[in-house]
Design a protein around this ligand. Structure first.
Ligand code: R5P
Length: 295
């Protein structure tokens, strides 16, 4: 076998699921921190292709660890190292919003392109940048959509109304609602701060008496969902649910969403947690095979 999935202990369940879906071996990447906070990683000998699995929520330490692991894998037999990062961090800062800020997306994209031969991720936040190729020059950087997984998880009873809280959510809402011939509405969003957003939904009255499912790529602070749910509630929605690709929200933020009557909240298992349960290993494995990375 010339392909192996390598995974860190904290995400072993997910990286092992991917190895099983591909039918290839799984090896642990050992990592630890020195007293001063520096990281050390250690890998076992690699096959010619190493698929390094690391979802990049809480990314700062993980970014260092994956760069070290990529180098160690090359030193230990890998001719090709592909990063499988279901959640790809630092994609939201894709422009200078306030004078003097770094464009993090460009910086991190360039670093990853310098250290990996390929990258696979799920619904990266590319709202103003149209493709990963633009920020990861020279490598095969691939984004797959979680829409099929979200569509399969959707409870289709009672003709639910799907809601995209902003224009960017159009791609997911349309891909889920279209084949099922479900109605959807889209909002517009203005962000005032990290946790403060204003959402407007022009056709909100269609929610009256209905089951509403808000669909988004990311739950971070939960502010977007709270604002959209408030409008849906005011419009007379019977109950409000959420389907999202990634859930980064802290437990306190999830509790606030539940207190606001938003339930169930479901997301893919790109990020482990109480909400992230919809399995993506099959979707990732399919794309890895298509790219011939698993040969
Ligand atoms: C923004 O464009 C994204 O699609 C999400 O709506 C956003 O990142 C969610 O963030 P939060 O949960 O903090 O409102």
């Amino acid at each position: 076998m010339s392909c192996t999935v390598f995974g860190f202990a904290a995400q072993a369940a997910a990286s092992e699921r991917l190895a099983r879906a591909l039918g290839v071996p799984h090896r642990a990447v050992a990592s630890r921190s020195f007293p001063d906070g520096e990281s050390l990683v250690q890998v076992e000998p690699s096959s010619s292709t190493a698929l390094l699995y690391c979802s990049l929520d809480h990314p700062n330490d993980k970014l260092i660890e994956i760069l070290l692991a990529a180098a160690a894998l090359r030193d230990n037999g890998a001719a090709q190292v592909v990063l499988v990062a279901p959640y790809l961090a630092y994609m939201r800062q894709d422009t200078v919003f306030h004078a003097g800020e770094a464009v993090s997306q460009r910086v991190i994209g360039k670093v990853l392109a310098e250290h990996f031969d390929g990258l696979l991720t799920l619904d990266p936040h590319l709202h103003r940048t149209h493709s990963l190729a633009a920020i990861m020059p020279g490598i095969e950087a691939v984004a797959v959509s979680a829409a099929p997984v979200l569509a399969a998880a959707l409870d289709k009873r009672d003709d639910p109304l799907l809601v995209g809280p902003d224009g960017e959510a159009h791609q997911w809402v349309e891909r889920i609602a279209g084949p099922l011939q479900l109605e959807f509405v889209l909002g517009t969003k203005r962000r005032a701060g990290d946790r403060s957003v204003d959402v407007a939904i022009p056709d909100a009255e269609r929610a009256k008496g209905r089951r509403v499912v808000i669909v988004d790529d990311l739950i971070s602070s939960g502010g977007t969902l709270l604002a959209a749910a408030r409008l849906m509630r005011e419009a007379g929605a019977r109950n409000i649910e959420v389907l999202a690709t990634h859930c980064l929200a802290a437990e306190a933020d999830l509790a606030e969403l539940r207190e606001a009557g938003i339930t169930p909240i479901r997301a893919t298992d790109s990020v482990a947690g109480p909400v992230g349960t919809l399995p993506i290993a099959g979707l990732l494995a399919e794309e890895i095979r298509r790219r011939r990375w698993s040969l």
